[in-house]
Design a protein around this ligand. Structure first.
Ligand SMILES: [Zn+2]
Length: 353
């Protein structure tokens, strides 16, 4: 028996091949990096998660990583569990948007969240995080949250970038829609997983935004609904309007300092109450668990008119001034923003994430 098990493992290893071994090594290195880079993230806790890494790599050679947490147990009377896709770190300089997703990973085994099937992507833009200083854009200089294949992209995205942002390099939408590997990979997850809710985490505008077909959330903890508007190529536009999947955008109050533990928990608890009431039940087809391929989705349904709602609130400017006693994501000397706060808000696009 002692010789059988190693032989079986060796056989399994051959079956899985170098891809699986490479993925394992890749996720370990990914966890080690995040444990060092983000004060709130534990590399050890990260290693315990069954993360999967893409075998195709970003422009700067980074894998894209996700983890699935199926419902446990799936309640038989409620039908198939509802599916929730969580995306953090689509802008690489929003460190708290990555850390809070790891916090949620600590909590999703609790009874209420365990009713859902979660797919978690803590860091959608590793190139942007890993360059120093970190950047909003990816390794090709593209804002991933302007690169989704929305029906209005070809007509509006470049013109919007030129006229409304005055060619702000932090908001460059790319040469064409879906040009970026990260965008294709995220769209592949939406097609493959068929989420009933998408939660996208950003910072530092301290608000909730929502796009989609069910009643909007009004308040999660200290965050209140304050619509950002819809932009060509944004995830809210792609998921909420084009795909008709509810998309919640959470804008944490600070890109480098986490909310207090109490605020984190209040936000999470309120979110679960809203989800229980409003996330639609899955319909007939069920998702696969295979890793999605980077298949660009084609625009198929007409887009609702853009809703550019006027802003009623000035953006927060707290990025480098965390409250006392709260954990910092980085020491003051290593401020991750690639432009000063004043410049961030000087663009003609007043708030846009
Ligand atoms: Zn953002």
């Amino acid at each position: 028996m002692k010789t059988v098990i190693p032989a079986m493992l060796a056989g399994l290893s051959m079956l899985l091949g170098p891809t699986a071994l490479a993925a394992s090594t890749a996720t370990q290195a990914w966890c080690d990096y995040l444990g060092k880079r983000l004060r709130s993230v534990s590399a050890e806790a990260c290693h315990r998660q069954p993360f999967m890494a893409s075998t195709t790599l970003t422009a700067r050679g980074n894998p894209l990583v996700y983890v699935d947490h199926p419902a446990n147990p799936a309640p038989p009377l409620e039908g198939p569990p509802r599916r929730v896709l969580v995306i953090g770190g689509i802008h690489g300089d929003e460190l708290t948007s990555i850390s809070i997703v790891f916090k949620w990973l600590d909590w999703i085994g609790e009874a209420e969240p365990a009713r859902y099937h979660w797919r978690i992507i803590p860091l959608a833009n590793p190139d942007g995080l890993k360059v120093r200083p970190s950047t909003r854009v990816n390794g090709n200089g593209v804002d991933l949250n302007r690169n989704f294949q929305t029906p209005d992209w070809d007509e509006n995205a470049q013109a919007y970038w030129v006229k409304r942002t005055r060619k702000d390099p932090r908001r460059y939408p790319g040469e064409k829609s879906g040009s970026e590997l990260e965008t294709q990979w995220l769209q592949g997850h939406i097609d493959d997983f068929q989420p009933n809710l998408i939660i996208s985490v950003h910072a530092p505008y301290n608000l909730l935004d929502y796009d989609g077909p069910v009643p909007k959330p009004l308040r999660f903890g200290r965050l209140s609904l304050n619509r950002l508007g819809v932009y060509p190529g944004s995830l809210g536009n792609y998921g909420g309007l084009h795909k008709r999947i509810p998309v919640i955008t959470i804008e944490l109050p600070n890109a480098t300092a986490m909310p207090s533990q109490r605020d984190q928990r209040a936000m999470w608890d309120d979110m679960l109450v809203w989800m229980s009431d409003h996330v639609p039940q899955p319909v007939a087809s069920s998702p696969t668990n295979t890793q999605p391929v980077a298949a660009p989705a084609q625009a198929a349904t007409p887009l609702e008119p853009m809703t550019q709602e006027p802003m009623t609130q000035e953006p927060m400017t707290l990025e480098h001034a965390p409250g006392q006693g709260e954990p910092r994501e980085s020491p003051p000397a290593a401020a991750p923003r690639d432009v000063p706060v004043a410049k961030e808000h000087a663009a003609s696009e007043p708030i846009a994430d």
